[in-house]
Design a protein. Structure first.
Ligand code: C2E
Ligand code: MG
Ligand code: MG
Length: 686
């Protein structure tokens, strides 16, 4: 270990000699000496000894006391005084000069040694403490934390400048009173903070920690995290507690954002399914405590939304969903919850309803709100929806059950044509089971070919002759009798069974038209309906070609009907398939025209041959002039596009007369004939 060096400042040279000898004896190095204050300062600065021995009454421009102070303050070197006097004044002076010791002359070596040893030790400890304090201060500053230090005995608290600054206060503001802190804390968080403080002070927690909102001087709240530790006496009683406070507002906001996003729909900002089910479950629990406290759940599905998406694009579809979300909110009270479950499905929790009529009134209000026209891309439309309603009763225990039944009721509303609401009743349950049974029965029907094809005549208005027929399937159900397509086509589509069924229809229709052609009606054709699933079947064109080949049937004997929704789903694909069919010689008709969202000019891009105007337009013809104008416009536009026009659903003479006056190409409807079994149709042909 290096020897400690000591500087001697004294003007009595005999004394200096004596001290120097003693020091060397003790194993110290004498760094140097000076006999005047200013010289001592200068030399100490150069030599940097570990300690200075200074005579209190040192002479010079600068006296011993002043020199000692400068040496300590400027160079951080401890000073031990030497004095021939031990009176109170001398002692006080030494203390004021921050001396590390006082050796009284004449000294004893023992006294000198103990003074120097203690001074060096004390100074060393101070340096270490200072370093660690500096390190701590640095760390705190780097962490940007505010510091508090609470004297529990006096109940005084120190807040660091940063602590105050964080809350918008200057260093001289705020008293050293813990209440200055507590009163800034958000009322809802204050109890928690105090509880956490108390349990740490009682020794129940290893450290104190709490997150709370605290008011900034601007009046706004920020989120803070405070951590601290109590210092305890021998009995374990805390007498001091200190800690930090950091601003965690950014983190809290990010957490809140994440928590919000997890339970909300990004597009509309509405609660999502998770949050909806959660609120619904809470609502059920609430009702358990008060059985007279009724509520209702609605399931809402937009009518023909897929068509908007398919024909006008997702951007327009999204726009519509946002509009609908806003309109729904307008119809409800703040306590109600409206949620977007997925796609175009919304769920509503009507928090308080007296009875069914209350819920029905809300449904009517929604219907009214939605009805307002909205601009979708270039078109104006009034959105409509199908709504299922379920009233809570004590048989329900889970949110899922309520939502499921509201969903079933919605399906009923949709099946009735949409734009209406239906109240759930238990019969609807049975129908879900029915649906499963239907699937099984359909499979059997495919195997046993329980199908019957009816043909509905299509008549040319120019010649008045029967030129073709539409093939329409019926199901010969062993128990329920002859079933119309609307009872099973959707289920067949959903299960994929439509593929074998569709192929059966096509074969049967081709065989039939071949027979009619051979019986003396050479130009006769038959039109077959193609569902979405069939149209998407990559093998469709191949299958059609193969059937025609097998039958030895010219391709102009077969037409295919697809709806607008199918055509616009994938523009490129539709064009490709239609071109392939045209190359084969099989023409495509656009069925039910006018029920979708596309304009004729949009349809221009498809290589279509025939347009079938939907029966709803035809049946409205005589009701008002506007519909007549619409039909006139459709016919003339179709003609300009080179399309053949077929009017469907002609039931009345005046409808026929009108269509004739507009030079519609051909007509189909009950007025001329209902769809007929093949044998009856053959009779009609003759
Ligand atoms: P669609 O293709 O629009 O067929 C016309 C529907 O209108 C037929 O109903 C027909 O009976 C009915 N109809 C004909 N004239 C009149 C009339 O003057 N007034 C009224 N109110 N209705 C009339 P149907 O046979 O019940 O078929 C319904 C739908 O089922 C068809 O509509 C078609 O989309 C579908 N469909 C029928 N057969 C098949 C098939 O083999 N395959 C596929 N995928 N769908 C089929
Ligand atoms: Mg059709
Ligand atoms: Mg049709």
């Amino acid at each position: 270990m290096a020897k400690e060096s000591i500087f001697i400042a004294a003007d009595d040279s005999a004394m200096v000699k004596q001290i120097a000898a003693a020091l060397e004896n003790m194993g110290y190095v004498v760094a140097g000496q000076a006999d005047r204050g200013e010289v001592a300062i200068q030399k100490v600065e150069e030599m940097r000894p570990d300690l200075t021995l200074m005579e209190i009454r040192l002479q010079g421009r600068i006296n011993g006391i002043e020199a000692a102070k400068r040496i300590h303050d400027n160079f951080g070197i401890p000073v031990v005084f030497v004095s021939a006097h031990a009176d109170t004044l001398t002692l006080k002076t030494a203390i004021l000069a921050q001396a590390y010791g006082l050796v009284i002359q004449p000294f004893e070596a023992r006294d000198l040694k103990s003074n120097i040893t203690m001074a060096l030790y004390k100074h060393g400890m101070e340096r270490k403490l200072r370093e660690s304090e500096e390190r701590y201060a640095l760390a705190v500053r780097a962490a940007n934390d505010g510091i508090w230090d609470w004297n529990l005995k006096t109940n005084e608290i120190y807040y660091s400048a940063r602590w105050k600054e964080m809350l918008g206060y200057r260093e001289n503001e705020l008293d050293s009173d813990p209440n200055e802190w507590f009163k800034l804390i958000h009322l809802e968080d204050r109890k928690q903070l105090q509880a956490n403080l108390v349990s740490h002070l009682k020794g129940l927690t290893p450290h104190f920690e709490c997150e709370y909102r605290i008011r900034h001087s601007s009046g706004e709240y920020l989120w803070a995290l405070s951590r601290g530790l109590a210092v305890r006496d021998a009995n374990g009683i805390a007498y001091r507690m200190a800690g930090s406070q950091s601003d965690i507002t950014a983190r809290k906001l990010a957490e809140e954002r994440l928590a919000h996003d997890a339970v909300h729909d990004a597009l509309t900002g509405l609660p999502n399914r998770v949050l909806f089910l959660d609120r619904l479950q809470n609502r059920i629990e609430r009702t358990k405590r008060n059985p007279n406290d009724l509520f209702a759940v609605m399931f809402l599905d937009l009518d023909r939304f897929k068509l908007v998406n398919d024909s006008l694009g997702h951007v327009v579809g999204d726009q519509l969903l946002i509009t609908v979300a806003k309109r729904l909110q307008k119809c409800l009270r703040p306590e109600d919850t409206v949620s977007r479950l997925s796609g175009d499905e919304f769920a509503i929790l009507l928090d308080v309803v007296k009875d069914v009529n209350d819920a029905r009134r809300v449904a009517e209000r929604i219907k009214g709100q939605l009805k307002t026209t909205t601009t979708l891309g270039a078109v104006e439309r009034s959105p409509t929806a199908s709504i299922g309603i379920v009233m809570f009763n004590k048989d329900y225990t889970t949110a899922g059950e309520l939502l499921r039944d509201a969903d079933s009721a919605m399906y009923y509303a949709k099946a009735q044509g949409g734009n209406q609401h239906q109240l759930f009743d238990n019969a609807m349950h049975i129908s879900a089971i029915e649906l499963i049974r239907l699937e099984g029965e359909l499979k059997r029907a495919v195997e046993r070919k329980e199908w019957l094809i009816h043909y509905q005549p299509i008549i040319s208005l120019a010649s008045g002759r029967l030129i073709g027929a539409e093939a329409l399937i019926r199901w010969m159900h062993p128990i329920r009798g002859l079933l119309p397509p609307q009872d099973f086509i959707q289920a067949a589509e959903d299960t994929g069974l439509i593929l074998p069924i569709g192929e059966y229809v096509m074969r049967a229709a081709c065989a039939q038209v071949k027979a009619w052609r051979e019986a003396g009606h050479p130009g006769f054709w038959v039109s077959v309906n193609i569902s979405a699933r069939q149209f998407q079947d990559k093998n469709l064109v191949g299958k059609v070609a193969q059937i025609l080949l097998e039958m030895g049937l010219p391709s102009d004997a077969l037409r295919l009907e697809i709806t607008e929704g199918i055509a616009v789903r994938d523009r490129e694909y539709t064009i490709k398939i239609m071109n392939e069919l045209n190359a084969l010689g099989v023409h495509t008709s656009l069925d039910d025209f006018g029920t979708g969202y596309s304009s004729l000019s949009y349809l221009k891009q498809f290589p279509l041959k025939v347009l079938k105007i939907d029966q709803s337009f035809i049946q409205d013809i005589h009701l008002n002039r506007k519909n007549e104008t619409l039909v006139t416009a459709i016919i003339s536009m179709a003609r300009s596009l080179g399309l053949e026009v077929v009017a469907e659903g002609v039931e009345k003479d005046e409808q026929l007369a009108f269509l004739r006056s507009q030079f519609c190409d051909s007509v189909q409807g009950y007025l001329l004939s209902h769809p007929l079994p093949g044998t009856e149709f053959t009779r009609l042909l003759r």
